[in-house]
Design a protein around this ligand. Sequence first.
Ligand code: NAI
Length: 335
Amino acid sequence: MAETVLYGECLYPDDRVERRIFGDGVEVIFADAATLADIPEEMAARATGLMIFRQFVRAEDLARFPRLKAIVRMGVGYDRIDRKAAAARGILVCNVPDYGTAEVADHAIALMLALRRGVILHHDLQRTSPPAPWTYREHPLIRRLERLRLGLVGLGRIGTAVALRARAFGMRVIAYDPYQPNGVERALGIERARTLQDLLAESDTLSLHTPLTPETRGMIGAAELARLPEGALVINTARGPVLDIEALYEALASGHVAGAGLDVLPVEPPPEPPPRLLTAYRERAPWLEGRLIITPHSAFHTPEAWEDIRVKSAETMRAALLGPRPQNVIPPEAL
Ligand code: NAI
């Protein structure tokens, strides 16, 4: 067959959707491999299309795929793919940008609400032994949402969906995204910060929605956290390395940052020994009570999103290999 699509990981229990979308003219094969180096030689030699979910694609991996024409990342982020090496071989790189926009936006809002409404604080207190008294606690995080400003770094699909949700809560929303054209803020009824520094000074809650790029790696460090208003909340559902977790530990320990909600960590799964913040969280350090929520990169997760990933990634690969026009192509120079 002219085209062979190789799934590097087995994410679904059968291949019915894939066979339907690719049709009879395309061979579809599956390898249940932890890394691309673990994919059997004869499979790698046949593949013209490669589907990846968690795997990294490095230049040396590509050398094992002599016929490869297209790589589809079954998700939004494409930071694990060496795009320059792929471009040098003329291999198209595509992503699936639109399977979990609502889920991730909902998750960012859920983290914010759980912290700002004292949900986890009171939930945890009611199951201590003995339980805390049947009454509310004062806490710096607990504030009227309508009085608070939400600062968004990145106003793409997810950032926009977060802005719309936050507006419904009556929040003042401000966004920093130098790559969006003038006027998107007007269309959304929000404000625009021209610099990150301006945004930080105005963000009672800061929520990150950028891709991981050389520019955004480490974008929020000690100096940026110090610029947030006293008692700020930091939410990261984007990529762990955008936020310096050691700096966040210090800012939480000093009390300047009142709380954080993290769906992503700098290294996933977290290494041993883990970052100090994770240790304090796991040990339920009293100073972090009600102030930190961690979820395991699960913001996108719903059965509906998984079905969308499955269908849309196969359609994206079909368009890349068979046309009529490739979709969701990541330009090699994209940050
Ligand atoms: P998108 O591509 O629609 O939006 C990203 C926005 O970030 C763009 O508007 C872009 O201009 C902006 N941006 C890029 N560099 C910037 C910078 N230096 N400063 C400010 N803004 C900058 O992507 P989408 O769909 O909104 O996703 C955002 C990120 O969320 C993804 O790249 C991915 O890393 C993360 N994500 C996390 C998931 C999870 O389960 N936690 C699931 C899906 C995505």
